[in-house]
Design a protein around this ligand. Structure first.
Ligand code: FCB
Length: 449
């Protein structure tokens, strides 16, 4: 079992649209994900998050499952359209009341609430005005952050404004694989800037409302070039810049990497100072490395505005694969942490792994037991990488497993199961898997010292 410090924070993570269901209840407005799921062919199994895990109603049962794990903290997200159905203006008290109850239920079981304000469910009326392509969305986001914090800042232990701005930009606005399904190719960059600005403005709003610990939930990958040829190394470097550094640097340095600022909307000198507001922790999600080489002739990106793709992505061979087809590479997690320390040195606040996990579709056997041994191996390897980072002097304070339970996996619908708990989406029965017991055991032993 991985050796971790006695005071290491263990958690699990989920996101509102992936677990809550109840999309038309208690005054919730529509989000881009409700709209995207209505598009024929957008979700592989034609499903939607309309009922998902029904955690909106079953949250107490879910908190009991967390208590059974012995976790220190629960990272969940707040649904913006539950709080402000239009994305701006009128506040829906019933939405705030729901998260109030959830936070109190967690605290009653000794679990620290870690809230994400935007895990992809942008209110539809904001998208109708251009969504994250518009600066006004970042401003509306700061107001929403203030509303939530005024209600919950006294009890939420950790805040992460935006989940994975790079994935929202690339899959949501560039390739269209996620909501809102825009296909702007490299012209999606304004979305990146406004997501980052939204982060920075929200940090200010949260602090003004008394939030105690504010960080982020970036997505990072280690980028491997396909060869040491100059053109492959340059392409990998470019990918690294627009996927990792373009999001880390403004937050940690208050600047964009060379060549990026000019591509952003308007003068950004003032904005990057807002984006670079000091954080209490730097959270990042890691799933797998990325193999990148020089561009393939004729490979284009974007349907609305198509351009030649300046790199090519390749399948990683020689590692076990999850049921998502993602390679299992724990040393990639270690590499990301080493890279963050090398690149940002003293400017890097304490690290938290805000998500890490794997899709294996193992279901109950004839005795009703879910023997997801591959998931145990995955967590064992990745937590050993965290342990190694700590041994190297990297200040990693905690780890959130993705996810508490099988849930609505975005464009993959219900076809990819990431949970420590199995969800029967017909009956809403939850069955803790082998990995649940393993994680509980690791937490127990670590606390015992
Ligand atoms: C991350 C998302 C999370 C989940 C995992 C598998 O990129 O933040 O919601 O879908 O991937």
């Amino acid at each position: 079992m991985p050796q971790l410090p006695q005071d290491f924070l263990f958690g699990v993570a989920t996101a509102a649209y992936q677990i809550e269901g109840a999309v038309t209840e208690d005054g919730r407005g529509r989000s881009v994900w409700d709209d995207f799921c209505d598009r024929p062919g957008a979700i592989v199994d034609g499903s939607t998050g309309a009922s998902a895990c029904d955690s909106y109603h079953l949250y107490k049962e879910d908190v009991d499952l967390m208590a059974g794990l012995g976790i220190d903290a629960y990272r969940f997200s707040i649904s913006w359209p539950r709080i402000q159905p239009d994305g701006f203006g009128a506040v829906n008290q019933a939405g705030l009341d729901y998260y109030d109850r959830l936070v109190d239920a967690l605290l009653a079981r000794g679990i620290r609430p870690a809230a994400t304000l935007f895990h992809w469910d942008l209110p539809s009326p904001l998208e109708a005005e251009g969504g994250w392509l518009q600066r006004e969305t970042a401003e509306a986001f700061a107001d929403y952050a203030r509303i939530v914090a005024e209600r919950l800042a006294d009890r939420v232990a950790m805040w992460t404004p935006v989940n994975e701005p790079n994935i929202v930009t690339s899959l949501g606005y560039s390739t269209g694989m996620h909501a809102p399904g825009r296909t702007l190719g490299l012209y999606a960059l304004p979305a990146a800037h406004h997501l980052l600005l939204g982060h920075g403005l929200a940090v200010g709003a949260l602090r003004a409302a008394g939030a105690k610990s504010v960080g982020c939930a970036q997505n990072h990958t280690v980028v491997w070039p396909t060869s040491q040829e100059e053109s492959d190394v340059a392409a990998a470097d470019l990918f690294d810049t627009i996927f990792n550094r373009m999001y880390a640097e403004p937050i940690l340095h208050g600047t964009y990497p060379d060549g990026i600022a000019q591509m952003m909307p308007g003068p950004v000198e003032h904005d990057v100072k807002i984006i670079g507001a000091p954080l209490d922790f730097y959270g990042f999600n890691y799933y797998n490395p990325t193999l990148v080489g020089s561009p393939h002739a004729g490979e284009r990106i974007g349907a609305e505005i198509a351009v030649d793709l300046p790199f090519s992505r390749h399948e990683i061979q020689g590692y076990p694969m999850t049921d998502f087809g993602w390679p299992v590479v724990p040393e990639g997690l270690l590499a990301v942490m080493r890279q963050l320390r090398e690149r940002y040195g003293d400017r890097l606040p304490p690290l938290f792994v805000t998500e890490n996990g794997c899709a294996y579709n193992t279901g109950p056997d004839d005795k009703g037991v879910v023997m997801d041994t591959e998931r145990v191996t995955f967590y064992d390897g990745h937590l050993a990488a965290v342990s190694q980072a700590i041994a190297e002097g990297i200040d990693v304070r905690g780890y959130f497993a993705w996810s508490l339970m099988d849930n609505f996996e975005w464009a993959e619908g219900f076809t990819k199961r990431f949970g420590l708990v199995y969800t029967d989406f017909e009956t809403q029965q939850r069955i803790p898997k082998l990995s649940y017991d393993w994680y509980a055991d690791l937490i127990r032993r670590t606390k015992a010292g």
